[in-house]
Ligand binder design. Structure first.
Ligand code: SF4
Length: 346
């Protein structure tokens, strides 16, 4: 890949269905905080209102636009509800206002009956909540499906021609780094079109919160979460698979005081991972240089300047500590470079 972490233009209109279609509660989950939405299934009026509201944004530059149902287990809904939601969204596709429909669902819902229902609608993208490919870990968090279910679901969705996304978590109970990296390799082998990486945070009122409070479980801290996500990202990046998100998206619910009990949550989590990658890259180049001058120029793509600086200029501080002989690090924009490239100037 020649571009790290930048993606083609895509516009998603989110319609939240928090915990709807979930036969039980996964131990880490509390979608009411994650989505910040009430636990009700939206009706036609609500979907129409949300869609119209979002369609007012970026009229000329939206790119491929999808209505996205997420925050629950879409294909776990009653069939009548699945059809009702798809009917409403399909109306916007028929009128040419959006390009397709997208939803997230559990791997064990991709069966023949539901695939048949989907085939009657302009569904374009399906995101599978994979979380882990380690059956022991899946059992620990009470997912209620296996890695084999995920393999079968991915194969069925790809065969049917859907754009496939996989969501994975890291820092789960019973999971060590080897298990997490194995999950990334196993997911990469499924050749999804994109992935999302979510380091586990302990959400208040999730079943896992009790384990955390009792000292039976500790999540990764922020630094470890960034390092872990970086390793996972590199596995996908080397396989040419687009990582479209790292870390939970900030929301009103998550920003509510007390919503997150512990774990690697930061509104700029993805930025921190990319900044760490840029730091590693710069350090490799500087280590390879025979002699370093007083001023080192780091030429980067204009869109990568803040990643090169790091959050609160943390990368520059670390570079000064690592190379005390350098008096000044200067970051300069160079539009001819790719977003992950650094060209040293002495
Ligand atoms: S992780 Fe997904 S399937 Fe599990 S409870 Fe949450 S929304 Fe439902």
């Amino acid at each position: 890949m020649d571009v790290i972490g930048r993606r083609a233009k895509h516009f998603v209109i989110p319609v939240f269905i928090p915990h709807k279609g979930c036969a039980h509660r996964c131990r880490f989950c509390n979608q009411n905080f994650v989505t910040g939405a009430a636990a009700v299934l939206p009706d036609e009026t609500e979907i129409t209102r949300t869609t119209r509201q979002y369609l007012k944004f970026k009229r000329t530059s939206r790119g491929f636009t999808e209505i996205s149902f997420f925050g629950g287990n879409f294909l776990g809904l009653e069939f009548a509800d699945i059809r009702r939601l798809l009917d409403t969204a399909a109306g916007f596709v028929s009128s040419g206002k959006i390009n397709g429909i997208r939803f997230s669902t559990r791997p064990d819902t991709i069966d023949k009956k539901r695939l048949e229902i989907m085939s009657n609608y302009p569904v374009t993208t399906v995101e599978l909540g994979v979380q882990s490919m380690d059956d022991r870990v899946l059992e620990r968090v009470k997912r209620g499906h296996s890695a084999a279910d995920t393999r079968l679901a991915a194969q069925r969705l790809k065969t049917a021609g859907y754009t496939l996304g996989c969501q994975i978590m890291t820092g789960l109970p019973g999971e060590d780094e080897a298990s997490s990296l194995d999950t990334a390799r196993a997911v990469a082998a499924l050749e999804p079109d994109f992935v999302r990486i979510y380091p586990l945070v302990v959400l208040n009122k999730s079943p896992l919160a009790a384990d955390y409070r009792a000292g039976r479980f500790a999540p990764l801290d922020l630094e470890a979460g960034v390092l872990r996500a970086k390793k996972l990202f590199q596995i996908f990046n080397h396989s040419g698979i687009n990582v479209i998100r790292m870390g939970l998206q900030a929301s009103e619910g998550l920003d509510t005081p007390g919503a997150i009990l512990a774990g690697p949550y930061h509104p700029a989590f993805g930025h921190m991972v990319f900044a760490s990658l840029m730091y590693d890259h710069a350090a490799n180049l500087l280590d390879a240089a025979k002699e370093l001058p007083d001023t080192v120029v780091l030429n980067v793509h204009p869109g990568s300047i803040s990643r090169m600086q790091g959050l609160s200029k943390s990368n520059l501080k670390k570079l000064h500590t690592r190379y005390p002989e350098v008096e000044k690090f200067e970051i300069r924009p160079d539009p001819d470079l790719n977003t992950h490239e650094i060209r040293l100037g002495f």
